[in-house]
Design a protein around this ligand. Structure first.
Ligand SMILES: NC(=O)c1ccc[n+]([C@@H]2O[C@H](COP(=O)([O-])OP(=O)(O)OC[C@H]3O[C@@H](n4cnc5c(N)ncnc54)[C@H](O)[C@@H]3O)[C@@H](O)[C@H]2O)c1
Ligand SMILES: [Zn+2]
Length: 364
């Protein structure tokens, strides 16, 4: 293994090659060396992350700072990225580096996939969600007024450098939101990861070595789950759909709340609902739902759906999810930690009953 002993390196093989995801600390100043970049480098970042970290990347041809937030994940923002790249004289020999959360990664990746028919792309995820989810798997894109992620491309990065030191400045609610995906990855494929979340042997703010290295190994293990799934199914034709555990419910909750519920929070509620539905259909014991609720609560994540959202409205919102396949809703269900599967044709009554059960108490 290269680099410091604290570094974890995960190789990802994809249909056109291979890249490494490196998890560790203090990467930004060594970016060129770690990512093997020798040509021009354009950094794309946002208005929160850029001022904190962009100057650690030396020798960039340009730093393009876009406004922070999902509402700027648009074609119009990508157009401003193209404009800046052209003005800087950035050409096909260059590498675009995404420095930020999933919004920056998705947009910079889409720009890298399309600018001059494609230039090299490196991800430096700075949010927990971007580290464990968005930066691995090659999906990039933007939102349209009609819905999220409706335009995009598969763009493999040449390296993903997850510098966990950057998490120190991530707002706590964003950290918690990322943890929902870590819980999801534990539930999908790694019982030990879930058990470690339950023990809680890491702390983001404590600067003790053991706590930092525990956090780092937790993040690396969560990435490994996603890596294994996307490696097996790079274009989402089969198993990759299991990564949507909790997401059919979660997206509907996000959408029906008018995005007042953030993605990770919706996923947390969705994981509880998916366990409830699975138990209701006889696939798992109802203890699993309680176990999931306990670990989510420990991570400062919600475990019930806001009382102002009705089961009927949520069911209707599910119908407009683009992941709906061939006219029927599909749910990722769970038999036990590490055993999930996709099922279509779930009875509407069962889904409505699960939603009713998971809506917060004050509504009843
Ligand atoms: N491509 C994929 O496979 C994939 C997977 C999951 C999610 N996504 C996308 O990712 C996006 C969500 O990602 P996100 O949760 O990272 O959102 P985000 O990029 O909006 O980041 C959340 C907030 O944290 C700030 N931030 C990020 N890192 C920081 C740091 N180190 N210090 C201080 N502030 C920091 C950002 O500026 C932003 O305000 C969505 O658009 C979603 O569609 C993509
Ligand atoms: Zn998600």
């Amino acid at each position: 293994m290269m680099g410091g002993e604290l570094e974890r390196r995960l190789g990802v093989t994809h249909p056109t090659g291979q890249y490494d995801v490196v998890v560790g600390e203090g990467f930004l100043s060594r970016l060129r060396q770690l990512a093997g970049i020798d040509g021009p480098l354009a950094v794309v970042t946002d208005s929160n992350v850029g001022p904190l970290y962009a100057d650690q990347i030396e020798d960039a041809l340009c730093v393009i700072t876009v406004p922070a937030g999902e509402r700027f994940k648009t074609l119009a923002t990508v157009q401003t990225i193209y404009d800046r790249l052209l003005a800087a004289g950035f050409d096909r020999a260059g590498t675009i580096v995404a420095l930020g959360g999933g919004v920056v990664g998705d947009m910079a990746g889409f720009a890298a996939a399309t600018y001059m028919r494609g230039v090299d792309f490196v991800q430096c995820p700075t949010s927990l969600l971007a580290m464990v989810d968005a930066s691995v798997g090659a999906k990039t894109g933007v939102d349209l007024p009609q819905g999220k992620n409706l335009v995009g491309a598969f763009k493999q990065p040449t390296a993903v450098l997850a510098d966990i030191a950057t998490l120190q400045t991530l707002p706590p609610e964003e950290f918690a939101a990322g943890m929902a995906e870590v819980v999801k990855h534990g539930l999908i494929a790694n019982p030990d990861l879930l058990a470690r979340l339950e023990i809680g042997d890491w702390q983001l703010t404590a600067r003790s070595r053991s706590s930092i290295s525990n956090l780092q190994s937790l993040i690396a293990d969560a990435i490994e789950v996603k890596r294994d799934v996307v490696q097996e199914d790079p274009f989402e034709q089969g198993r990759r759909a299991t990564l949507n555990l909790g997401h059919t419910f979660g997206h509907a909750i996000e959408q029906a709340s008018g995005y007042a519920v953030r993605h990770g929070e919706g996923v947390a509620m969705g994981l509880v609902a998916a366990a409830n539905l699975s138990a209701r259909l006889g696939f798992c014991s109802s203890d699993l739902q309680s176990r999931i609720e306990d670990v989510l609560a420990k991570l400062d994540l919600p475990t019930c759906i806001p009382a102002n959202l009705s089961p009927a409205a949520l069911y209707q919102a599910m119908g407009s999810d683009k992941k709906k396949a061939a006219g029927s809703l599909r749910f990722v269900l769970i038999r036990d930690v590490g055993h999930v599967f996709v099922m279509g044709d779930v009875a509407e009554t069962a889904v409505l009953a699960a939603l009713t059960d998971v809506i917060c108490e004050e509504s009843r």
